[in-house]
Ligand binder design. Structure first.
Ligand SMILES: [Zn+2]
Length: 176
């Protein structure tokens, strides 16, 4: 993946203190990620970037909707998501002894001038998507498309009938 420069933060030019970055994320964002489980969404991300002397504190605040399909009737759902993901970014050379055990710390080289947050945005947005299977009942005020459910039920019944051994004898009937 070639990280897009629009997600670069040129931290060398920033004063110490909190800086805010806003990102609008829609389907075009995911075109850079093969096999993304999310194909479309309408998401806003507020990134609070706190520049300290020796490290940065990042806080990604994610909210919006992702497009998912109902597991029962296949209707398209705008599923509401939100999440808050803090990350610490440290410069190489200040590695604490337990660095590898700490997943929420990212280390970058002292020679870096930019931090690209595209991959972080991708991972955090994916973490906001529910791990459980969603259907219309997960969305307030929405219910499954009854017409589609009726058709699916009908298809199920037909399939069951075909497998029903009671019908086997019918196959032997010869029509003259
Ligand atoms: Zn449904």
């Amino acid at each position: 993946m070639n990280a897009r420069s629009e997600y670069d933060i040129a931290f060398v030019g920033l004063k110490e203190g909190i800086h805010e970055f806003n990102y609008k994320i829609d389907r075009s964002f995911f075109e850079n990620f093969e096999s993304s489980p999310i194909l479309d969404c309408d998401i806003s991300v507020l990134l609070k970037f706190d520049k300290k002397n020796a490290f940065f504190l990042l806080d990604f605040q994610i909210s919006g909707t992702v497009k998912l399909n109902c597991n029962r009737c296949n209707s398209e759902l705008n599923y509401p998501i939100d999440g808050d993901f803090p990350v610490v970014v440290k410069m190489d050379g200040e590695l604490p002894a337990d660095a590898l055990a700490d997943e929420d710390v990212i280390y970058i080289s002292r020679s870096e001038t930019h931090l690209n947050v595209e991959q972080l945005l991708y991972e955090f947005i994916n973490l906001t998507v529910p791990a459980y299977i969603v259907d219309c009942s997960n969305i307030p005020g929405k219910s499954c498309n009854q017409e589609v459910l009726n058709i699916l039920n009908q298809l199920n019944q037909n399939n069951n009938n075909e497998k029903d051994p009671r019908w086997d004898s019918l196959k032997n009937i010869k029509f003259k």
